[in-house]
Ligand binder design. Sequence first.
Ligand SMILES: [Zn+2]
Length: 113
Amino acid sequence: MHELGITRSIVEIAEENARRQGAQRVLSVTIEIGDLAGVIPDSVAFCYEVCCEGTLLAGSELLIRQVKGKGRCRDCGADIDLDTTTFNCSTCGSYALERLQGEELRVIEMEIE
Ligand SMILES: [Zn+2]
């Protein structure tokens, strides 16, 4: 399960940030996960507690914001919803799709004390 490694790095990044701000502990962490990031939010949530053990994040809450996959067709200009099984434009059938959002995987907010 590669979410374990991903969750571990999210926790590391958050802890490093918290340390830099002189935090005693982290109360909550909000992360963004795009539908196209190849990461299952439930698995990240599942691994979170274990990864937080022994860090400033121990006992903190994880909030996950899911970001919908969106793209644009380079041929007809249509805006389309993308998921991991969309490979061509729903309007003209072109495969020249540009991804606009949905690959996010980052910490966007933290509550510290
Ligand atoms: Zn198109």
